[in-house]
Design a protein around this ligand. Structure first.
Ligand code: ATR
Length: 277
């Protein structure tokens, strides 16, 4: 297959109208003067394989993949990155010129890059991480934390069985904390991460007690609507270093854009403004 004159990328999901990824990638395309486009692609589950296999024939060089297709798409990728296999989900597809499809997962990378950009002197090896939630986002973040050498992951989820399943898979580094006890491990944390949907506009607030937090603890949220969740506001009031969730979304887009369009894009205030507009 020849490289298309106007390379296209996009994001496959269902629904997809709320996705901020087109704003992000179009900002980068404009900024770097690259000819190409990035479009939202609403695809029903039964059409997923047909659509993905057709896209390279109409000029697509790759796509992002979001809910509910992140696991299903793995069935028909030709190659998967190690991190996609470990996480058990794909969020980035690369359509190679030899016709094969490569699947990667950049969510954990996006998480780490966001915290590292906001807190450059963070040493993951220095202390335990408290992870709230045990869903798909937690999986990606746990894989990234373990890879970066975080010594202990204190994992707390409303449904304990899901924490236990993650511990069975990812090992001894994980210590399970009952959901109602999560407030009691805050004083041990070097970093606290909300990976649940609590605090998102329209969802209940995350009410975990934070009074045990040390002032230098990093507190971060994957929720970015609102940008300053009540959880982050409460942590900031305790003197913690807070990192909002928008940066994770922005950084997870970097490896895909680089592979598709040949330019490693920057995550900066102009990008944040474009995506928030
Ligand atoms: P994602 O892929 O975004 O992580 P998910 O897999 O549906 O989404 O996971 C959502 C997370 O938010 C889970 O940890 C879920 O807890 P349960 O495993 O107990 O369902 C958590 N969550 C959602 N609503 C919650 C609520 N009202 N109270 C506590 N946790 C909640």
């Amino acid at each position: 297959m020849m490289r298309p004159a106007v390379p296209l990328a996009g994001v496959i999901g269902n629904p997809i109208g709320h996705s901020r990824s087109p704003l992000m990638h179009r900002h980068w395309l404009r900024r770097y003067g690259i000819r190409g486009d990035y479009v939202p692609l609403q695809v029903a589950e039964g059409d997923l394989e047909t659509v993905v296999r057709a896209l390279p024939r109409m000029g697509f060089v790759g796509t992002n993949v979001t809910l509910p297709h992140k696991a299903a798409v793995m069935r028909f990728t030709d190659h998967l990155s190690d991190r996609a296999i470990l996480i058990g989900a794909v969020n980035t597809l690369i359509f190679r010129e030899d016709g094969t499809i490569y699947g990667d997962n950049t969510d954990g990378y996006g998480f780490m890059a966001n915290v590292r950009q906001a807190v450059p002197d963070w040493d993951p090896k220095a202390g335990p991480a408290v992870v709230l939630g045990a869903g798909g986002a937690a999986r990606a973040i746990i894989v990234a934390l373990a890879d970066a050498g975080v010594p202990t992951i204190l994992l707390s989820n409303r449904t304990r069985a899901k924490s236990e399943a993650l511990k069975a898979e990812f090992g001894q580094r994980i210590k399970i904390v009952d959901w109602v006890q999560a407030g009691n491990v805050m004083e041990d944390a070097a970093i606290v991460i909300n990976t649940t949907s609590l605090g998102m506009t329209g969802q209940p607030e995350l009410r975990v007690p934070l009074d045990g937090l040390q002032p230098n603890t990093i507190v971060t949220d994957i929720v970015y609507a609102p940008l300053q969740t009540l959880f982050l506001q409460r942590a900031a009031a305790m003197g913690c270093v807070t990192v909002d969730g928008l940066g994770m979304l922005l950084h997870q887009g970097v490896p895909g854009f680089e592979r598709w369009f040949g330019k490693r894009p920057e995550v900066d205030d102009a990008l944040r403004a474009a995506v928030l507009s």
